[in-house]
Design a protein around this ligand. Structure first.
Ligand SMILES: Cc1ncc(COP(=O)(O)O)c(C=O)c1O
Length: 389
């Protein structure tokens, strides 16, 4: 017999494209850097393993690493310390630990549409109801505060936010952040702020965190993207001391503790890999410019410039839903992710990861242009989306 919980879940829509066989396809489907972890980080891992850091560690993470993470967040809230931090098995586990710590059965949780694929299933795993809020291209992928006011109810417990966003590449403006903080405060909501792309922003001025803006904020972050260590499974959660201590119970019962040698290496990365991270982000910026220009030269395609993360999320005016189009492109040798995998408002969009070489981007654009040229003209996708919503 299977639980109703598991029966209510599907595998992520992303996997439909990820697992489809096409070994030689040009790959713009993957949500991970094509870089290797910085040399100092790899060396630190080898050294840690050789010198015997191979045992279970403290459930909440190595104290030195928690201190270094707290230090990173003191720029937003000077009182942040180790007690606010739990090191997790990736941002994924931080998100699930947060959901299981914060949501009760029957609660509603506001989640972005389109949005990262885990927010909805995690709400369901906590027996809560996900309630999608819109991120529309014509609003620069900022949430609409009037819509949020309509969606909030006495059952609403939390709002999940993600800036920079996967899949849109949108970054919240200062005005949006102020608006969201007031909204959450007025309705007594917890904010779960997924900031795993905080270092990958292209506008000058740096990342704006929700940490320190409101006492009910839980920040989720990860080493996967900034240290290019997606396979090592290390992330973290920053929350009030009370919430962090409670989340640590869930975290302990799920995973016991995060990888010990991995944490030693991540600590070295936080201390010594600044230049590697900056070089990686500079390269992403150049690729961003290349792909946006290329996508906008494809007949029937329109792409707004992503301001963060490493995804372009263009719409298209061709025949067919996004899964159909993504499958047609895969048959021609280009792998991307169908926008609908991220929610109903992702329909008629495709997500292209530009965490791949410039040469790969150029080849992808060539193939897309050939595809676009063959398609008959259609209604503008924004008109179709308005109908779909
Ligand atoms: C927005 C967002 N949050 C969280 C994650 C989870 O990352 P990880 O579990 O590798 O830290 C991802 C991965 O793609 C992501 O894009």
């Amino acid at each position: 017999m299977l639980s109703s919980r598991v029966r209510s879940l599907e595998m992520s829509g992303i996997r439909k494209m990820f697992d489809a066989p096409a070994p030689n396809a040009i790959n713009l489907g993957l949500g991970e850097p094509d870089f290797n972890p910085p040399a100092v980080v790899k060396e630190a891992l080898f050294e840690a393993v050789r010198s015997g850091s191979n045992k279970y560690g403290p459930s909440a993470g190595l104290p030195e690493l928690r201190d270094a993470i707290a230090e990173r967040y003191r720029r937003y809230l000077p009182s942040t310390d180790r007690a606010n931090v739990i090191v997790t098995c990736g941002g994924t586990e931080a998100l699930l630990s947060a959901a299981l710590t914060l949501y009760d059965p029957g609660n509603e949780v506001l989640v972005p549409n389109p949005g990262f694929v885990l927010y909805t299933p995690h709400a369901r795993m906590a027996d809560a109801t996900p309630v999608p809020y819109s991120l529309r291209e014509e609003n620069g992928y900022q949430p609409d505060l009037d819509e949020l006011e309509e969606l909030v109810s006495p059952q609403t417990r939390a709002i999940v936010v993600n800036s920079p966003s996967n899949p849109t590449g949108g970054v919240f403006t200062a005005k949006t952040i102020d608006g969201l903080v007031s909204f959450a405060e007025n309705h007594g909501l917890t904010m779960v702020s997924d900031e795993v792309y905080d270092e990958i922003e292209y506008a000058p001025g740096g990342h704006r965190s929700f940490w320190g803006r409101y006492d009910r904020v839980v920040v989720v972050n990860s080493f996967s993207k900034i240290l290019a260590m997606t396979g090592w499974r290390l992330g973290y959660l920053v929350a009030s001391e009370e919430v962090a201590a409670e989340a640590n119970k869930i975290h302990y019962h799920m995973v016991a503790c995060p990888s010990t040698p991995g944490q030693v290496a991540a600590l070295r990365g936080l201390r010594e890999a600044r230049e590697d991270i900056q070089a990686m982000v500079r390269e992403f910026r150049a690729r961003r410019d290349l792909i946006v220009k290329g996508l906008n030269s494809v007949p029937g395609m329109h792409c707004v410039r992503p301001e963060g993360a490493f995804y372009a999320f263009p719409n298209y005016s061709w025949e067919g839903g996004s899964l159909e189009v993504a499958q047609a492109l895969l048959q021609r040798g280009l792998r991307c992710t169908h926008g609908e995998a991220f929610g109903s408002l992702g329909e008629y969009h495709l997500r292209f990861s530009f965490a791949c070489s410039r040469d790969t981007i150029r080849k992808a654009i060539q193939l897309l242009r050939a595809y676009g040229e063959e398609q008959p003209d259609r209604a503008r996708p924004t008109a179709r989306l308005a109908k779909a919503a």
